[in-house]
Design a protein around this ligand. Structure first.
Ligand code: LER
Ligand code: MN
Length: 278
C-alpha cells in the first residue's frame, strides 16, 4: 500500500537491530523497544529489522509493541549471519552452506509472522579463490532455490542485495543481480537495490532502475558517503522521479550511518526526503 506523503509515494522504514547485535552492524538504531517511539514520532511507517538468528527476538512481544506504535516490519535483513554465525551461501564446505540455509529458514519463519520479506546480503558470501565464478554462483543458486521455495510457502519474497566490490567480489551492481535473477526465473526472488552500492557499481542509476523495474523488490537509501540523504552528492530528486516513472510502489529503507547520532541521522533523512517534490 502506498501512503501519499507530500508528493512522494513510498512508505519509509529505518534500519534497526537488537542491542546485542554485531558491534559494527550497519543499522541506524540499536535496541528495539527504546527506539520505536522516536521512530514513530519522526514519521516512519516501519522498521527494517536486522537479525542473525530466529531467537534474537521474542516474536509475540515485538508484535504487540509494533502494533501499539502502528508500525510495520516490511523487511528482515540477515547480513549479520555472516559475521555472527560465520555461515554463508557460497562457502566451499557444503555443511556450512546447509547450516546457512537452515538458520536462514528460521529467520523466514519469523519474517512470516510480520508479513516481512527477507534480504540476502552479506550472507550470500563471496566467491572463494578456489572456485570459478560459475562454481560460486552454482552454490548460491542451490541455496536460493531452497530458501525461495521455503519463503513461497509463506507468500514472502527473497530480496537479493547488490553489494559493491569492497564488500564482496561478485554480483556487485544492480545490473549483475538483475541479469542473474532474470536467468533463474524464480518468481519470489527480487532485486534489492542500494543507492550506495549503485553509485559505485552501476553505470547509470536511473537507466538501471528503469531497465530492471519489473524485478526490484526493495531499495536502500543513503547518500554517496552513507550519510543521510542530502549530506552527499546523490541526486534524490532524479532518483525519486525515476522511481515514480517506473511505478515503484514498494518500501524505501533508510540505511545510513548513525551520524552524528542515530536520532539525528533518522530525522535528517526523513526531513530531507520530504522536501523533495516530484
Ligand atoms: C552493506 O553495505 C549493505 O548495504 C547492507 O544492506 C548489507 O548488509
Ligand atoms: Mn544496503
Amino acid at each position: 500500500m502506498c501512503v501519499k506523503r507530500g508528493q512522494m509515494m513510498n512508505e519509509l522504514c529505518v534500519t534497526i537491530s537488537m542491542e546485542d547485535c554485531f558491534p559494527k552492524a550497519l543499522v541506524v538504531f540499536k535496541g528495539i523497544e527504546k527506539n520505536l517511539s522516536a521512530i514513530k514520532d519522526l514519521g516512519y511507517d516501519g522498521i527494517e529489522l536486522a537479525l542473525y538468528r530466529k531467537d534474537n527476538i521474542d516474536v509475540k512481544a515485538l508484535k504487540k509493541l509494533i502494533d501499539e506504535y502502528g508500525l510495520q516490519i516490511p523487511v528482515i535483513s540477515t547480513g549479520q549471519m555472516f559475521t555472527m554465525l560465520n555461515v554463508w551461501f557460497t562457502h566451499t564446505d557444503s555443511k556450512v552452506r546447509e547450516k546457512a540455509v537452515e538458520e536462514f529458514k528460521g529467520i523466514i519463519d519469523v519474517a512470516a509472522e510480520f508479513g516481512a520479506d527477507i534480504n540476502v546480503s552479506r550472507v550470500r558470501g563471496y566467491i572463494d579463490e578456489n572456485d570459478t565464478l560459475d562454481e560460486g554462483l552454482k552454490k548460491l543458486t542451490e541455496c536460493l532455490y531452497e530458501v525461495c521455495e521455503y519463503a513461497k510457502s509463506y507468500n514472502r519474497d527473497i530480496l537479493l542485495e547488490q553489494m559493491n566490490r569492497f564488500e564482496t567480489n561478485y554480483l556487485c551492481s544492480v545490473k549483475d543481480v538483475g541479469k542473474y535473477i532474470k536467468s533463474l526465473k524464480i518468481p519470489n526472488l527480487k532485486i534489492h537495490a542500494d543507492l550506495f552500492h549503485m553509485n559505485i557499481e552501476d553505470v547509470d542509476i536511473y537507466d538501471t532502475l528503469k531497465e530492471y523495474k519489473d524485478h526490484i523488490g526493495y531499495i536502500h537509501f543513503c547518500d554517496s558517503n552513507r550519510l543521510a540523504p542530502g549530506k552527499g552528492h546523490l541526486d534524490f530528486y532524479r532518483t525519486l522521479k525515476t522511481m515514480d516513472e517506473i511505478k515503484y510502489g514498494g518500501w524505501i529503507g533508510l540505511e545510513v550511518l548513525p551520524e552524528p547520532d542515530p536520532y539525528t541521522a533518522a530525522k535528517d533523512s526523513i526531513d530531507y526526503l520530504r522536501t523533495i517534490k516530484i
